[in-house]
Design a protein around this ligand. Structure first.
Ligand SMILES: [Ca+2]
Ligand SMILES: [Ca+2]
Length: 392
């Protein structure tokens, strides 16, 4: 049974039928749930409304009808109607390898979803001999019922190669660009050197056609194999991908100790991991800093102390006046929301708010509200949060 804080949803909506009659078996009212007007953060430019809790939530995306899909790492995809408080689930999901950092991951709509109903998901997939790797699959999503959807015709369009042992650094964030190309961030699976090895697609950002085939104009297309998928290399664990209004791709990645990064992702560029990093290995071995090897692309921002970035949007709404074009990054260990200001190819951290919980995912709602998912570890409760202007 899911926890579900009804009255916040009701408070958020002007007219919602059934808000005082939580009879739906799929929801239970619990706990104090009035919108928190920054009680623990006076002076913040937003107030926070809570929308219930999830089991290890990882990613979310909005459907055109205003409902929200929320992935849970154990392998469940939830469908949530914030206006009514109803929550159901999506059937037809593949088996996922849940454990460590792996499980069900990102959830993203095809840019032509309104007509083709294609939903893309990423997840950790088990292989032979205790190996695993990220996979991206797509299927047709049908949501005729108010609190249940089905995913059918599922086909895997991309896999990490090779599958390796361990359960870390899958990356597997998904984004589409304005041309409908499919972009996937692929972590180096805590194996270091594959990030520089073009016979592996680990530690890379890959660019594909929407069916998983390789565009002939990719920078390493003439090398064939998985190298042909690669747009950029030398990444560690990229957990955020976002395009700005000018079509530039930015990524952030969880670095080694003291080395989190925001990067402008450019064609064919090598970001240097594990040869260079402004951080160092967790076992104490040093890694030469970026300025020692100028042939590798340096980050636009490097964080030490780290923020542990997860989730990323570049804001395009109008609800928060003045934030259009800014980046918003969740912080896990920093339990924060970070605002980024861009200036062409430069970027800087402009603001950081203490959220009191590990922030796993950031999304922009249809009305321009900013939505967050908490992680569910170290006291964080896996809640869904909606941020609206404090004086709105
Ligand atoms: Ca998302
Ligand atoms: Ca270093």
């Amino acid at each position: 049974m899911k926890r579900w804080l009804l009255s916040a949803a009701c408070a958020a909506a002007l007219t919602v039928s059934g808000c005082n009659t939580p009879s739906d078996a799929q929801r239970t009212a619990a706990g104090p749930s009035a919108p928190q007007a920054s009680a623990d953060g006076a002076g913040r430019p937003f107030s926070v409304q809570e929308f219930g809790g999830f089991s290890e939530p990882w990613a979310m995306t909005f459907l055109p009808d205003g409902r929200l899909l929320v992935s849970e790492k154990p392998g469940t995809l939830r469908v949530v109607d914030p206006s009514s408080g109803r929550m159901g689930s999506v059937s037809g999901l593949p088996a996922v390898d849940h454990g460590g950092q792996g499980g069900l991951g990102d959830v993203v709509l095809h840019p032509g979803f309104a007509s083709n109903r294609l939903l893309y998901i990423s997840y950790a997939e088990a292989g032979e001999n205790d190996t695993r790797g990220a996979a991206v699959a797509r299927g047709r999503l049908d949501c005729a019922q108010p609190d249940a959807c089905t995913l059918s015709g599922l086909e895997v369009v991309w896999r990490q190669v090779p599958k390796v042992g361990g359960r870390g650094h899958y990356g597997h964030r998904i984004a589409f660009d304005a041309d409908g190309k499919l972009w996937i961030s692929s972590g180096e699976r805590q194996k270091f050197d594959p990030a520089q090895d073009m016979s592996a697609n680990l530690g890379k950002i890959v660019r594909l056609n929407d069916d998983g085939s390789v565009p002939s104009d990719n920078p390493f297309a003439d090398q064939g194999g998985v190298a042909a998928q690669v747009w950029s290399l030398g990444h560690r664990n990229p957990l955020g991908l976002a395009f700005d209004a000018q079509g530039r791709l930015w990524n952030h990645e969880m670095g080694p100790k003291g080395g989190d990064e925001l990067n402008l992702v450019e064609r064919g560029a090598n970001y240097g991991y594990p040869i260079v990093s402004n951080g160092d290995h967790y076992d104490g071995r040093t890694i030469p800093d970026h300025d020692t090897r100028p042939e590798f692309r340096a980050p636009a921002i490097t964080w030490n102390p780290v923020i542990s970035p997860a989730g990323f949007i570049i804001y395009s709404g109008t609800l928060f006046d003045g934030w259009r074009g800014d980046g918003f990054i969740g912080g896990l260990s920093s339990k924060s929301l970070v605002r980024i200001e861009f200036d062409g190819k430069q970027a800087r951290e402009a603001e950081r708010w203490d959220m009191g919980a590990r922030i796993r995912e950031v999304e922009q709602g249809p009305d321009g509200a900013i939505w967050l998912l908490e992680d569910e570890r170290d006291g964080s409760q896996g809640r869904l949060l909606k941020l609206v202007p404090a004086n709105g």
